[in-house]
Design a protein around this ligand. Structure first.
Ligand SMILES: [Zn+2]
Ligand SMILES: [Zn+2]
Length: 313
């Protein structure tokens, strides 16, 4: 703990650190920030999806924050002038084991305020749809869930991220429900206890079929016993979801007093993230004479993507 932690760790302050705008599969940025203000938040993190590598599911083209983050940053800077909230320029990046160098290089270059890492797919397995498991036998389902937790532990061990998203994501899908085991959770808790990466309490499915936060509240004590702290995120894709889920998370934290929650990730609290961002900005400025920088010149603004009304991630 440094001397600069200050009021950002004040438990009375509430930051929703996980939201999506139209730069991925969410809603207009100004509406998301307004909703966070309406919900009484002190700040909101804009964490659009980012996929660095091609995957089996074609998400690279859909979630191209890698090419639009500079344009998004301009929008965020404009918004900051029009709100009292702290608005964080952040990301939810899909972690793929074996691509640590690419991820580290991109995050260093982009210099986000903080980075959330998430496992949405691992190799041949995806966790945001049941579609490809219609004919799967139990062994394949278990193999998919094992692969999820292996990738999640690799994400945490990579030390690339400030926050790790929705720890038990497969549980939100009926095909995977109940397949996660205590051994899976222990492996995750052990990894978290040794990592700078902080997990989140994620409200993305509290009013949908899952009916609870990620991770399973029955297991939160086990994490707390190891000194694992949590940050909070609605994972909202619409303003209505922000308004509904923020009060839920406030109540959840008030009731689960044994749970160690913190307002912001450690690197944001202690200024490390800001230093990293300044270094990234300086590095980009050094690149400018030689760099071909097409991403600054994109003619488009917000880039709405297909939205089926039920974003899965
Ligand atoms: Zn998300
Ligand atoms: Zn996600």
């Amino acid at each position: 703990m440094t001397g600069t932690a200050g009021p950002s760790t004040d438990p009375a302050r509430f930051y929703d650190l996980h939201t999506h705008t139209r730069f991925s599969d969410g809603s207009p940025m100004a509406a998301m920030v307004s909703a966070a203000a309406d919900a009484g938040c002190d700040g909101v993190g804009l964490t659009d999806h980012c996929v660095l590598v091609d995957d089996e599911f074609g998400r690279r083209a859909q979630y191209d924050l890698v090419e639009t983050y500079a344009r998004r940053r301009e929008r965020i800077d404009d918004l900051r002038g029009a709100t009292d909230l702290r608005v964080f320029d952040a990301v939810e990046l899909s972690y793929v084991p074996g691509t640590d160098d690419e991820i580290g290089s991109f995050l260093g270059r982009a210099g986000f305020d903080y980075a959330i890492g998430a496992v949405h797919f691992a190799g041949e397995y995806g966790y945001t749809s049941d579609a490809s498991y219609a004919d799967a036998d139990d062994a394949r389902i278990r193999a998919a869930v094992d692969a999820y937790y292996e990738a999640l532990v690799a994400l945490i061990d990579s030390e690339l991220f400030d926050v790790v998203a929705h720890l038990d994501l497969p549980e939100r899908r009926p095909v995977f429900r109940g397949v996660s085991t205590p051994a899976h959770y222990r492996a995750v808790a052990d990894a978290l206890a040794d990592s700078r990466t902080v997990p989140e309490v994620n409200a993305g499915r509290v009013f949908e079929s899952l009916g609870r936060v990620h991770p399973d509240p029955d297991l939160l004590d086990e994490f707390a016993d190891r000194g694992v702290e949590f940050v909070l995120g609605t994972d909202a894709h619409t303003p209505e979801q922000v308004r509904r889920r923020v009060p839920y998370l406030r109540e959840f934290v008030a009731e689960r007093t044994e749970l160690a929650t913190r307002s912001l990730p450690p690197a944001v609290d202690d200024g490390t993230a800001a230093e990293n961002r300044a270094a990234a900005t300086a590095a980009r400025a050094d690149d400018r004479p030689t760099g071909d920088r097409p991403t600054d010149d994109r003619p488009t603004g917000d880039r709405p993507t297909d939205d089926d009304g039920e974003p899965d991630t």
